[in-house]
Design a protein around this ligand. Sequence first.
Ligand code: AMP
Ligand code: ZN
Length: 468
Amino acid sequence: MKIYNTLTKRKDEFKPIEEGKVRMYVCGPTVYNLIHIGNARPMIFFDTVRRYFEYKGYEVNYVSNFTDVDDKIIKAANEEGVEASVISERYIAECKKDMQSMNVKPATTHPKATEEIDGMLKMIGTLINKDHAYVANDGTVYFKTRSFKDYGKLSHKNIDDLQGGNRSLLVSGEDQKEDPLDFVLWKPKKEGEPFWESPWCNGRPGWHIECSVMSKRYLGEEIDIHAGGEDLIFPHHENEIAQSEACNGKQFARYWMHNAFLNIDNVKMSKSLGNFFTVRDILEKYDGMVLRYFMLQAHYRSPLNFTAEIMESAKKSLDRIQTCHKKNKDLMGSAASGIKEEEKKLIEESKAYVGKFEEAMDDDFNTADAISAVFELVKFINSNANADSSKEFVEALDNTLSSLCDVLGLIIDVKEENLDSDIEAMIEERTQAKKAKDFAKADEIRAKLFDMGIVLEDTREGVKWKRV
Ligand code: AMP
Ligand code: ZN
């Protein structure tokens, strides 16, 4: 199994630290409002990574944090006149609902920063003792970036280039850093902010220290995979490495995985530009499975463009898989028992699609190609399973289909009404096309429906349809 590792800039063979086990940490959201579909990309993708490891027989310890102390949370709390915890607890609960809608499994542990302060004080204390950190006059604790000789190894940046770019920071006198590259581990409280006592000042932690501490507590000093969106490579993950390795004296994470960004209409999605959708916005129109399918039909290291057209096509594609599964279930209900010899051969043949699926997933979790293999299997099932098939045959093929979809986290068992409404929408589209004398389009829709196992009958009362 190969994983593209940001640290080595190549696909590395995956070798777990402990045989049969995977320890992975995925940086989670800052909870100050509803998550947007950009946040959903790492959630869905890394959940799929976890599912694939489980499919391969690994036991996965999956940790994903909630950042529940942060400037944006405090600002939202002050605006509403409530405690910061009211805001963070509200949006953690909402985030969990969204995760469920997208069939993202709960992590083994979802630690919250505010519940891990003791661990942070301890790690900061160790860094000070080891001379990797220092306390400024106002009680701010800074990490001494130059004291960590490998700084820049993840983002492949040269420390001296960084120094040049940041010189203005020091000159501006905004802070009391010894070096502009140093970053905050602990900062003094400001009026109206939540704070904790510490040996240095009453205050709160910097963002980076949270993840180093939570990863160590729940997964140990050395982990297999650390992941998140590519915006986190620098400085967040670079700083996590510096803190953890300076403190523990061991390699923090072996594989660093980063998903590319989700754009909207080819423009980077961002709150400040106002061009973002929350997951909740999308769930008003689509089932969470459509969003999941949309995320997985592209490679995770490619930027993904969100458009209404691509969502519509994701919906149709998912529908095709679900219709195949539904048809299989109907056939199983009526088929006779007694597998035939040629069916056994066909079952053997169908294993090629499982092979293709695994090959794609083994190659740095290429979900786009894995989905293509699922489609080939759907085509194979549609052309080989019919009213004359044995129950065992249809069951075997359908189990294969279900298990592959399960790895992708795609629920294919859906209420029939959902599908019917989609079919009816397509029939209506065909009727309109015919009215507009666009017969090519009408025929195309009829063919598409046929692929989905639907046949149409034009009657005097209108179009009737049935499943074949
Ligand atoms: P945040 O709440 O901003 O810390 O983000 C939580 C996670 O979502 C991080 O792993 C981010 O890298 C990721 N993320 C945020 N915005 C996007 C986006 N537009 N596309 C993909 N991932 C994103
Ligand atoms: Zn993090």
